[in-house]
Design a protein around this ligand. Structure first.
Ligand SMILES: C[S@@+](CC[C@H](N)C(=O)[O-])C[C@H]1O[C@@H](n2cnc3c(N)ncnc32)[C@H](O)[C@@H]1O
Length: 202
């Protein structure tokens, strides 16, 4: 499911700063919901439209995916959802301590080679940042089709100061505070099981 590069994406992003936030605006957020690796933005737009009283911030590093998300945000005119086109590692320094209610990781890239494990969004440096930015009662929700990444992530959560309080190895979308992503739709259509875990700070 590689996304083909689209030349329109970067100019479109530059024409629509209203669906993004500046570094100063990110620094002011103190009560929000963060999705890392938003892909083409379905989850972000659906969650924001179902929960108008909550603010959702998506982060996506791929320009074409970010361009698709921008289009959805421009067309939906949602006041409570924004997207940053960036690698999340460059954004953490702008996010306040204990400001995030939920970190959502949806179908994160598996990076199967051991030498690339540090790029996994559930590797140590990322987990340290999530612990810092999550509120004391905040949670992280991770959905994946990939068993190897999922088991690795469970180990990492346990090793790096998180408790698992909900695990489902055949998730069918039953949680009402959730929305289907593009990847999830694709896996559902092919009966590929989805793993989902919720963790909180130990
Ligand atoms: C497999 S796709 C899943 C997209 C979407 N969440 C879904 O479920 O349909 C993973 C996405 O995470 C993005 N991503 C990976 N590492 C990232 C990082 N460090 N910062 C921001 N985005 C990242 C990739 O560019 C890619 O679009």
């Amino acid at each position: 499911m590689r996304t083909k590069f689209k030349a329109w994406a970067e100019p479109y992003i530059n024409e629509h700063p209203e669906v993004s936030l500046t570094s100063d605006e990110i620094k002011k957020l103190d009560d929000f919901y963060l999705e890392i690796g938003s892909g083409k933005g379905d989850f972000l737009v659906k969650m924001a439209s179902k929960n108008p009283d909550k603010f959702f911030l998506g982060i996506e590093k791929n320009v074409t995916c970010a361009g698709f998300s921008y289009k959805k945000l421009v067309e939906s005119e949602l006041p409570n959802a924004k997207l940053i086109w960036q690698d999340v590692m460059n954004i953490f320094e702008n996010i306040k301590d204990k400001s995030v209610n939920v970190v959502f990781l949806n179908f994160s890239d598996p990076w199967p080679k051991r030498r690339h494990y540090k790029r996994r969004l559930t590797s140590e440096l990322f987990l340290e940042q999530y612990r810092r930015i999550l509120k004391d009662d905040g949670i992280l929700v991770f959905k994946s089709d990939n068993e190897d990444l999922f088991e690795y992530s469970i180990e990492m959560f346990l090793q790096h100061g998180y408790n698992i309080f909900d695990r489902n190895d055949n998730y069918q979308g039953e949680d009402t505070f959730d929305a289907k992503t593009e990847y999830e739709q694709w896996f559902n259509e092919r009966d590929i099981p989805i793993h989902r875990v919720k963790v909180k700070k130990a």
